[in-house]
Design a protein around this ligand. Structure first.
Ligand code: PDD
Length: 290
Protein backbone atom coordinates (compact mmCIF):
# COMPACT_ATOMS: atom_id res chain seq x y z
CA UNK A 1 0.00 0.00 0.00
CA UNK A 2 1.26 3.43 -0.87
CA UNK A 3 1.49 5.44 2.32
CA UNK A 4 1.75 8.75 0.52
CA UNK A 5 -1.49 10.42 -0.44
CA UNK A 6 -3.36 10.77 -2.69
CA UNK A 7 -4.14 7.20 -3.64
CA UNK A 8 -2.75 5.89 -6.88
CA UNK A 9 -4.95 4.93 -9.76
CA UNK A 10 -4.17 1.33 -10.73
CA UNK A 11 -5.32 -0.91 -13.57
CA UNK A 12 -6.93 -4.26 -12.73
CA UNK A 13 -8.53 -6.57 -15.29
CA UNK A 14 -9.88 -3.90 -17.59
CA UNK A 15 -10.69 -1.27 -14.94
CA UNK A 16 -8.93 1.82 -13.67
CA UNK A 17 -9.60 2.38 -9.97
CA UNK A 18 -8.10 3.83 -6.78
CA UNK A 19 -5.64 1.36 -5.25
CA UNK A 20 -7.80 0.75 -2.17
CA UNK A 21 -10.65 -0.46 -4.40
CA UNK A 22 -8.53 -2.72 -6.61
CA UNK A 23 -9.36 -6.40 -6.25
CA UNK A 24 -8.09 -9.66 -7.67
CA UNK A 25 -9.75 -13.01 -7.09
CA UNK A 26 -8.49 -15.53 -4.49
CA UNK A 27 -8.61 -17.93 -7.46
CA UNK A 28 -6.15 -15.87 -9.52
CA UNK A 29 -3.51 -18.38 -10.66
CA UNK A 30 -0.82 -15.82 -10.02
CA UNK A 31 -1.85 -15.87 -6.35
CA UNK A 32 -2.24 -19.66 -6.04
CA UNK A 33 0.55 -20.98 -8.31
CA UNK A 34 2.78 -18.00 -9.16
CA UNK A 35 1.33 -18.68 -12.61
CA UNK A 36 1.93 -15.14 -13.80
CA UNK A 37 4.61 -13.14 -15.51
CA UNK A 38 5.60 -9.52 -15.17
CA UNK A 39 7.58 -6.63 -16.58
CA UNK A 40 9.01 -3.54 -14.91
CA UNK A 41 9.46 -0.52 -17.16
CA UNK A 42 11.30 2.57 -16.02
CA UNK A 43 9.65 6.00 -16.25
CA UNK A 44 11.76 9.13 -16.65
CA UNK A 45 10.26 12.53 -17.26
CA UNK A 46 6.88 10.79 -17.65
CA UNK A 47 8.15 8.63 -20.54
CA UNK A 48 8.88 4.92 -20.83
CA UNK A 49 12.42 3.57 -21.22
CA UNK A 50 12.92 0.68 -23.71
CA UNK A 51 9.20 -0.14 -23.82
CA UNK A 52 9.62 -2.20 -27.00
CA UNK A 53 12.28 -4.35 -25.35
CA UNK A 54 9.98 -5.09 -22.42
CA UNK A 55 7.13 -5.97 -24.80
CA UNK A 56 9.38 -8.36 -26.72
CA UNK A 57 10.37 -10.16 -23.52
CA UNK A 58 6.75 -10.22 -22.36
CA UNK A 59 5.76 -11.95 -25.59
CA UNK A 60 8.52 -14.50 -25.06
CA UNK A 61 7.49 -15.20 -21.44
CA UNK A 62 3.85 -15.67 -22.52
CA UNK A 63 4.90 -18.04 -25.29
CA UNK A 64 7.18 -20.10 -23.06
CA UNK A 65 4.32 -20.61 -20.58
CA UNK A 66 1.71 -21.16 -23.29
CA UNK A 67 -0.30 -18.21 -21.99
CA UNK A 68 -2.56 -16.21 -24.31
CA UNK A 69 -1.55 -12.68 -25.32
CA UNK A 70 -4.10 -10.50 -23.48
CA UNK A 71 -3.98 -7.47 -25.81
CA UNK A 72 -1.79 -5.74 -28.34
CA UNK A 73 1.41 -3.88 -27.48
CA UNK A 74 -0.34 -0.65 -28.54
CA UNK A 75 -3.13 -1.27 -26.01
CA UNK A 76 -0.61 -2.10 -23.27
CA UNK A 77 1.29 1.09 -24.15
CA UNK A 78 -1.91 3.12 -23.88
CA UNK A 79 -2.55 1.76 -20.36
CA UNK A 80 1.04 2.46 -19.32
CA UNK A 81 0.71 6.02 -20.58
CA UNK A 82 -2.63 6.60 -18.91
CA UNK A 83 -1.31 5.41 -15.54
CA UNK A 84 1.76 7.63 -15.83
CA UNK A 85 -0.46 10.60 -16.67
CA UNK A 86 -3.21 9.91 -14.10
CA UNK A 87 -0.67 9.44 -11.33
CA UNK A 88 1.57 12.30 -12.42
CA UNK A 89 4.62 10.06 -12.43
CA UNK A 90 7.73 11.96 -13.38
CA UNK A 91 10.28 9.33 -12.29
CA UNK A 92 9.81 5.75 -11.17
CA UNK A 93 8.45 2.59 -12.72
CA UNK A 94 5.41 0.75 -13.98
CA UNK A 95 4.82 -2.80 -12.81
CA UNK A 96 2.73 -4.97 -15.14
CA UNK A 97 1.61 -8.47 -14.23
CA UNK A 98 -0.29 -10.94 -16.37
CA UNK A 99 -1.67 -14.07 -14.75
CA UNK A 100 -3.25 -17.07 -16.40
CA UNK A 101 -6.55 -15.89 -14.94
CA UNK A 102 -9.05 -17.18 -12.41
CA UNK A 103 -9.94 -20.85 -12.09
CA UNK A 104 -10.74 -23.25 -9.25
CA UNK A 105 -7.50 -24.53 -7.74
CA UNK A 106 -6.15 -27.27 -9.98
CA UNK A 107 -2.59 -28.13 -11.02
CA UNK A 108 -3.83 -28.51 -14.58
CA UNK A 109 -4.06 -25.27 -16.52
CA UNK A 110 -7.59 -23.97 -16.97
CA UNK A 111 -9.19 -24.00 -20.42
CA UNK A 112 -7.51 -21.85 -23.07
CA UNK A 113 -10.39 -19.38 -23.14
CA UNK A 114 -9.84 -18.36 -19.48
CA UNK A 115 -9.16 -14.62 -19.71
CA UNK A 116 -5.71 -13.58 -18.46
CA UNK A 117 -5.73 -11.01 -15.64
CA UNK A 118 -3.69 -7.90 -16.36
CA UNK A 119 -2.67 -5.71 -13.42
CA UNK A 120 -0.61 -2.53 -13.62
CA UNK A 121 0.48 0.06 -11.10
CA UNK A 122 3.03 2.85 -10.86
CA UNK A 123 5.71 3.44 -8.25
CA UNK A 124 7.06 6.97 -8.15
CA UNK A 125 10.64 7.13 -6.88
CA UNK A 126 13.96 8.73 -7.80
CA UNK A 127 15.85 6.59 -10.28
CA UNK A 128 18.28 9.02 -11.91
CA UNK A 129 19.68 10.24 -8.60
CA UNK A 130 19.22 7.03 -6.64
CA UNK A 131 21.30 7.09 -3.42
CA UNK A 132 22.54 3.52 -3.97
CA UNK A 133 23.75 4.27 -7.49
CA UNK A 134 25.66 7.27 -6.15
CA UNK A 135 27.25 5.28 -3.35
CA UNK A 136 27.75 1.88 -5.04
CA UNK A 137 26.60 -1.47 -3.66
CA UNK A 138 27.85 -3.94 -1.11
CA UNK A 139 26.84 -7.46 -2.05
CA UNK A 140 27.08 -10.91 -0.52
CA UNK A 141 27.17 -14.19 -2.41
CA UNK A 142 24.49 -16.83 -1.88
CA UNK A 143 23.67 -20.13 -3.53
CA UNK A 144 21.29 -19.83 -6.47
CA UNK A 145 18.47 -22.21 -5.56
CA UNK A 146 15.84 -20.74 -7.91
CA UNK A 147 14.02 -22.89 -10.44
CA UNK A 148 15.61 -23.75 -13.79
CA UNK A 149 13.67 -21.37 -16.06
CA UNK A 150 14.97 -18.01 -14.88
CA UNK A 151 14.73 -16.76 -18.47
CA UNK A 152 10.96 -16.55 -17.99
CA UNK A 153 10.04 -13.46 -15.96
CA UNK A 154 7.62 -15.12 -13.53
CA UNK A 155 6.34 -13.65 -10.29
CA UNK A 156 7.91 -16.58 -8.44
CA UNK A 157 10.19 -14.24 -6.50
CA UNK A 158 10.32 -15.72 -3.01
CA UNK A 159 13.97 -16.76 -3.13
CA UNK A 160 15.19 -13.46 -4.65
CA UNK A 161 13.24 -11.73 -1.89
CA UNK A 162 14.83 -13.97 0.77
CA UNK A 163 18.26 -13.33 -0.74
CA UNK A 164 17.74 -9.57 -0.60
CA UNK A 165 16.68 -9.82 3.03
CA UNK A 166 19.67 -12.01 3.89
CA UNK A 167 21.89 -9.40 2.25
CA UNK A 168 20.27 -6.60 4.23
CA UNK A 169 20.59 -8.63 7.46
CA UNK A 170 24.30 -9.00 6.69
CA UNK A 171 24.64 -5.22 6.28
CA UNK A 172 24.78 -5.44 2.47
CA UNK A 173 22.52 -4.12 -0.28
CA UNK A 174 22.05 -7.16 -2.49
CA UNK A 175 23.09 -10.72 -3.21
CA UNK A 176 24.92 -12.24 -6.16
CA UNK A 177 23.72 -15.77 -6.75
CA UNK A 178 26.13 -18.62 -7.41
CA UNK A 179 25.45 -21.93 -9.13
CA UNK A 180 28.08 -24.66 -9.55
CA UNK A 181 30.77 -22.16 -8.56
CA UNK A 182 29.74 -19.49 -11.10
CA UNK A 183 27.80 -16.27 -10.64
CA UNK A 184 24.41 -16.37 -12.35
CA UNK A 185 23.05 -12.88 -11.60
CA UNK A 186 22.02 -10.57 -8.76
CA UNK A 187 18.71 -11.02 -6.92
CA UNK A 188 16.95 -8.74 -9.43
CA UNK A 189 19.61 -7.58 -11.88
CA UNK A 190 22.29 -8.93 -14.23
CA UNK A 191 25.89 -9.12 -12.94
CA UNK A 192 29.18 -8.06 -14.59
CA UNK A 193 32.87 -7.70 -13.86
CA UNK A 194 35.62 -5.72 -15.57
CA UNK A 195 38.76 -7.86 -15.71
CA UNK A 196 42.37 -6.76 -15.20
CA UNK A 197 42.76 -6.69 -19.00
CA UNK A 198 39.72 -4.40 -19.31
CA UNK A 199 37.17 -6.88 -20.62
CA UNK A 200 33.54 -6.55 -19.60
CA UNK A 201 32.43 -10.05 -18.62
CA UNK A 202 28.86 -11.20 -18.04
CA UNK A 203 27.24 -14.61 -18.08
CA UNK A 204 25.92 -15.67 -21.47
CA UNK A 205 22.18 -16.01 -22.10
CA UNK A 206 20.55 -19.30 -21.16
CA UNK A 207 17.73 -20.47 -18.92
CA UNK A 208 20.07 -19.80 -15.94
CA UNK A 209 19.48 -16.03 -16.02
CA UNK A 210 16.88 -13.47 -16.96
CA UNK A 211 17.59 -11.98 -20.37
CA UNK A 212 17.80 -8.41 -19.14
CA UNK A 213 16.52 -5.68 -21.42
CA UNK A 214 19.06 -3.31 -19.87
CA UNK A 215 21.76 -5.98 -20.37
CA UNK A 216 21.02 -6.12 -24.10
CA UNK A 217 21.14 -2.34 -24.43
CA UNK A 218 24.27 -1.88 -22.31
CA UNK A 219 26.19 -4.60 -24.19
CA UNK A 220 25.20 -3.02 -27.50
CA UNK A 221 26.27 0.46 -26.35
CA UNK A 222 29.50 -0.90 -24.79
CA UNK A 223 30.45 -2.60 -28.04
CA UNK A 224 29.72 0.57 -30.03
CA UNK A 225 31.91 2.51 -27.60
CA UNK A 226 34.80 0.11 -28.27
CA UNK A 227 34.81 -1.91 -25.04
CA UNK A 228 35.88 -5.57 -25.25
CA UNK A 229 33.06 -7.90 -24.19
CA UNK A 230 33.09 -11.52 -23.12
CA UNK A 231 29.85 -13.40 -22.49
CA UNK A 232 30.92 -16.25 -20.22
CA UNK A 233 30.56 -17.47 -16.67
CA UNK A 234 32.79 -16.10 -13.92
CA UNK A 235 33.42 -16.96 -10.28
CA UNK A 236 33.38 -15.00 -7.03
CA UNK A 237 37.19 -15.49 -6.89
CA UNK A 238 37.46 -13.76 -10.29
CA UNK A 239 35.16 -11.00 -9.06
CA UNK A 240 37.55 -10.38 -6.16
CA UNK A 241 40.41 -9.98 -8.65
CA UNK A 242 38.38 -7.72 -10.96
CA UNK A 243 38.96 -4.01 -11.47
CA UNK A 244 35.23 -3.30 -11.25
CA UNK A 245 31.92 -5.02 -10.80
CA UNK A 246 28.44 -3.75 -11.59
CA UNK A 247 24.82 -4.69 -12.16
CA UNK A 248 22.20 -3.65 -14.68
CA UNK A 249 18.41 -3.55 -14.51
CA UNK A 250 15.54 -1.39 -15.70
CA UNK A 251 15.48 0.59 -12.47
CA UNK A 252 19.17 0.60 -11.49
CA UNK A 253 20.53 1.19 -15.05
CA UNK A 254 24.24 0.56 -14.45
CA UNK A 255 25.13 0.51 -10.75
CA UNK A 256 28.58 -0.24 -9.35
CA UNK A 257 29.29 -3.02 -6.90
CA UNK A 258 32.06 -2.00 -4.52
CA UNK A 259 32.49 -5.09 -2.37
CA UNK A 260 31.46 -8.70 -2.19
CA UNK A 261 31.34 -10.77 1.01
CA UNK A 262 33.16 -7.93 2.75
CA UNK A 263 36.08 -7.88 0.26
CA UNK A 264 36.67 -4.66 -1.62
CA UNK A 265 36.65 -4.90 -5.45
CA UNK A 266 39.32 -2.87 -7.26
CA UNK A 267 39.94 0.31 -5.32
CA UNK A 268 36.51 0.19 -3.68
CA UNK A 269 35.17 3.20 -5.57
CA UNK A 270 32.83 3.54 -8.54
CA UNK A 271 35.07 2.64 -11.47
CA UNK A 272 35.49 4.42 -14.79
CA UNK A 273 33.89 1.67 -16.91
CA UNK A 274 30.68 1.41 -14.90
CA UNK A 275 30.52 5.20 -14.60
CA UNK A 276 30.90 5.60 -18.38
CA UNK A 277 28.42 2.83 -19.20
CA UNK A 278 25.85 4.45 -16.94
CA UNK A 279 26.38 7.77 -18.73
CA UNK A 280 26.05 6.15 -22.15
CA UNK A 281 22.92 4.23 -21.10
CA UNK A 282 21.34 7.41 -19.76
CA UNK A 283 22.17 9.29 -22.92
CA UNK A 284 21.07 6.62 -25.41
CA UNK A 285 18.34 4.44 -23.85
CA UNK A 286 16.85 7.06 -21.60
CA UNK A 287 17.29 9.58 -24.39
CA UNK A 288 15.19 7.37 -26.72
CA UNK A 289 12.29 6.86 -24.27
CA UNK A 290 8.75 7.13 -25.59
N1 PDD B 1 14.18 -7.12 -12.24
N2 PDD B 1 17.73 -10.53 -13.50
C1 PDD B 1 16.68 -10.63 -12.67
C2 PDD B 1 16.56 -11.85 -11.83
C3 PDD B 1 15.74 -9.59 -12.59
O1 PDD B 1 14.68 -9.70 -11.77
C4 PDD B 1 15.92 -8.44 -13.39
C5 PDD B 1 14.94 -7.29 -13.39
C6 PDD B 1 17.03 -8.38 -14.25
C7 PDD B 1 17.30 -7.20 -15.15
O2 PDD B 1 16.38 -7.17 -16.23
P1 PDD B 1 15.97 -5.80 -16.92
O3 PDD B 1 17.23 -5.16 -17.35
O4 PDD B 1 15.14 -6.22 -18.05
O5 PDD B 1 15.25 -4.98 -15.88
C8 PDD B 1 17.91 -9.44 -14.28
C9 PDD B 1 13.17 -6.10 -12.20
C10 PDD B 1 13.71 -4.73 -12.35
C11 PDD B 1 12.31 -6.29 -10.97
O6 PDD B 1 12.00 -7.44 -10.71
O7 PDD B 1 11.92 -5.32 -10.32
Amino acid sequence: MNMSSPERIVYVAGQYCPESEAKVSVFDRGYLFADAIYEVTCVIGGKLVDFDGHMARLARSLKELDMPVPMSDAELLAIHRKLVADNNVDEGLIYMQISRGNADRDFNFPSKDTPPVVVMFTQARPVLESPLAKRGLKVISLPDIRWGRRDIKTVQLLYPSMAKNAANDAGADDAWLVQDGFVTEASSANAYIVTADDKIVTRSLSSDILHGITRAAVLRFAEDAGYALEERSFTIAETLEAKEAFITSATSFVTSVLSIDGHVIGDGAIGPVSRRLREIYLEKAVGARI
